[in-house]
Design a protein around this ligand. Structure first.
Ligand code: NAG
Ligand code: NAG
Ligand code: NAG
Ligand code: NAG
Length: 460
């Protein structure tokens, strides 16, 4: 266990002072380095922290900093858990202090006409809960946040443009039509660029958009078409928060971007956990439910899932220990919570909501999507909590899983129980420290060189 207390730079433009207290819990196996100072710290750090915390609150009280987000979050925490464990108190206190700091980063959320956003939610509840709903969740989380959101655009580093483009659900198949995405976004940009000076002064480079569907800002579910249509010209200088990501060059990510997790409602995760067998037994060995074509159609030269799902179905359908199902079932999360391995093969695009669903429900994600760039790779150590199987190796899936089952399965399962991973993959309302929105803010902080305000302060 190591402790690291840092004092942030005191920002000249703001009177805010505070401590960032970071605790890194490293397994302290090589205990040789332990010296007296360290020993003192590990035993008394709580009191040292409380001392500094009290000092912090005391001084901020006199500085009249009543809107301190730390205090707010801290009291929230106290009321929300009646009897928290000591470890929980310690780690959450330490963490809440670092919330809201983000180097003083400020985001202005445009207030667009309802036709760009909330009208879609009014039309259909699914708009805020389906797999593309990160566009809604991030907007709401930012509105709920008092530490980073600013109501004064003059002091903003970034500008968030809340347009919900994924909620025009087809009446026939229920899938969202993306055909209007470009025009909806472009009229939003027209709207704000004539009413505010901020878009024109940077050509949108400090503006943030969410593109939460298959191929990000290319707004098409089919890769060929997505590439052909490309990222709209007016978005190319902006920052895109997108679920799509690959670790090779791809025209649909040639834009400043952050790879984000798909949206899974936290309540639905909790419901599945509540329904889990009390003994925690996982009686399904390898699980997949979803679209698997027996005879995949050749759609202009391409097969769904590059034929991977069909290959899995053909080889393992009906086989012992494989629970593969092609039919939709609303309660499928209660199956995930009973499963050991959850297959996450590509669909049309490499990512799928299963990545998040299985990880947060303790089922080992088996990622079968060559070249996928998983969200928040720095915070979520995917190699420790998932397995990766190359698309060409699905024919050996059973062997690969059996090998893991007798070697490192319990280690992966233990890693999966680390609450920080689960937290990082879910969006909450209001935002919580360490959750998906929080990690997005963390990623945006590293792009503060795009801030117009800061570049002005520096050049003065
Ligand atoms: C919604 O999508 C349909 C096509 O599925 C399209 O005809 C319609 O114009 C779209 N609605 C809006 C408001 O863009
Ligand atoms: C920004 O530029 C556009 C196009 O050049 C123009 O129509 C608009 O009026 C400008 N906005 C402002 C606030 O000056
Ligand atoms: C799929 O269709 C394309 C034409 O769209 C054709 O060139 C290709 O050979 C077909 N592939 C297979 C495996 O049938
Ligand atoms: C578990 O074993 C598999 C296959 O041997 C390996 O690919 C994977 O990296 C291992 N994972 C961990 C967390 O040790």
């Amino acid at each position: 266990m190591s402790l690291d207390i840092k004092r942030p730079n005191i920002n000249k433009t703001k009177k805010k002072t505070g401590f960032i207290v970071k605790m890194q819990l490293n397994n302290n196996r090589g205990g040789k380095k332990r010296n007296l100072f360290f020993f003192f710290f590990t035993n008394y750090y709580r009191w040292i922290l409380w001392f500094f915390l009290s000092l912090y609150f005391f001084t901020s009280f006199f500085a009249g900093d009543q809107s301190s987000p730390s205090i707010h979050l801290l009291s929230n925490h106290k009321t929300s858990s009646s009897l928290p464990s000591r470890a929980l108190i310690e780690s959450s206190v330490i963490k809440t202090i670092s919330t809201g700091v983000f180097t003083g980063m400020k985001i202005y959320v445009y207030d667009l006409p309802a036709s760009f956003n909330v009208d879609w939610v009014t039309k259909s509840d699914r708009c805020s809960s389906h797999l593309f709903a990160a566009e809604v969740a991030i907007h709401r989380a930012l509105l709920s946040d008092s530490s980073v959101r600013t109501l004064n655009p003059e002091e903003a580093d970034f500008f968030f443009v809340p347009v919900y483009v994924s909620c025009n659900f087809s009446t026939s198949n229920g899938f969202p039509s993306l055909s209007h995405a470009r025009s909806l976004l472009s009229s939003a940009v027209d709207f704000l660029s004539v009413r505010y000076p901020f878009w024109n002064r940077t050509h949108g480079s400090d503006h943030i958009f969410v593109a939460s569907h298959d191929f990000g800002a290319c707004f098409h579910a089919m890769e060929d078409m997505a590439i052909e249509e490309g990222i709209p010209e007016f978005l190319k200088r902006s920052i895109i928060l997108q679920t799509f990501g690959v670790n090779y060059k791809h025209p649909c990510q040639e834009v400043e971007h952050v790879v984000i997790p798909p949206y899974i409602p936290p309540e639905s995760v909790q419901r599945a956990i509540d329904k889990a067998p009390a003994n925690g037994r996982r009686d399904i060995w390898a699980f997949f439910r979803g679209k698997m074509e027996v005879n995949p159609k050749n759609i202009s030269g391409h097969f769904y899932s590059k034929g991977v799902r069909t290959a899995i179905l053909k080889k393992y359908g009906g086989k012992r220990r494989f629970y593969l199902n092609r039919h939709r079932f609303a309660g499928y999360r209660s199956e995930i919570v009973r499963s050991v391995f959850c297959l996450c093969p590509l669909g049309w695009s490499p990512w799928s909501p299963r990545l998040v669903e299985s990880a947060v429900l303790g089922c080992v994600p088996v990622v079968i999507a060559d070249g996928i760039h998983l969200p928040f790779a720095e915070a979520v150590r995917w190699p420790e909590i998932s397995l990766t199987v190359a698309e060409k190796d699905v024919k050996n899936l059973r062997k690969i899983l059996e090998h893991v089952a007798v070697t490192n399965l319990s280690e992966i399962q233990r890693n999966l129980r680390e609450p920080a991973f689960k937290r990082a993959l879910l969006y909450n309302f209001p935002m919580r420290e360490g959750d998906a929105t929080w990690h997005i803010l963390e990623a945006l902080r590293s792009k503060l060189d795009r801030s117009y305000r800061r570049s002005r302060v520096l050049s003065q």
